[in-house]
Design a protein around this ligand. Sequence first.
Ligand SMILES: C[S@@+](CC[C@H](N)C(=O)[O-])C[C@H]1O[C@@H](n2cnc3c(N)ncnc32)[C@H](O)[C@@H]1O
Length: 244
Amino acid sequence: MSIKPYNQEASKKKQVEEMFDNIAFKYDFLNHTLSGGVDFWWRKKAINLFGKRLIKNDKKLLRLLDVATGTGDLAWALSVLNPKEVVGLDLSQEMLNRACEKYLNKAPFEISFVKGDSEKMDFQNDVFDGICVAFGVRNFETLEKGLGEMLRVLNKKGVLMILEFSTPENRLFNALYSFYLKNILPIIGRVLSKDPRAYKYLQESVQAFPSGKRMVAILEKVGLREVRYFPLTLGICTVYIAEK
Ligand SMILES: C[S@@+](CC[C@H](N)C(=O)[O-])C[C@H]1O[C@@H](n2cnc3c(N)ncnc32)[C@H](O)[C@@H]1O
């Protein structure tokens, strides 16, 4: 059974779009509050690993794509890689509106935010040097389809970086983390957000999503190469780095 935000009838994509439209105005506040600000460090660490692989693959004058860009924090943080151009793509117009308010015309590189579906992108083949996704792939309707599309638009030796929640390998820590996800997070979500179901979906989707070696096997199956993974904060999050 697919984990969907509101019900089993409508498509996951429609429901995910509606959910992020609903919470967009509070997304940044909730994100930074619930993670205790650690999300900034996760993105920084992920970009650092992404940058290292891009340098290793001799990628210059970077054209980068931030898939599921949301309110644009990862797209903006890519400035440390000195890109020529960054495109942020997302399903939710409300999330994109927030990204535009925050970052449009403010970056020292070309930055644009476009509405689109990562599982069926309007870009030609082989056009990006690097693609990144933070906390996005878990929300795709069909994971393999989204990964296949990213592989299609990456150029040769182009790099894919995925940052996503994962299941901690340490059993004791995982039990504590599970308790937090199931019992505490939904209460905080209910108090702080107008869409309590969004935080139930967060817990359910995080716990059902493949992580670590299982995710590596999926990335390799769709055709990505040289896949490596780096657990962060005892495995609450994992960075996956791969190439075309
Ligand atoms: C949890 S937010 C992450 C936003 C941002 N990357 C960050 O790090 O804060 C997930 C985003 O994925 C977007 N999303 C989900 N499925 C998508 C799809 N198929 N195509 C494009 N965006 C999608 C949602 O609209 C939402 O803005």
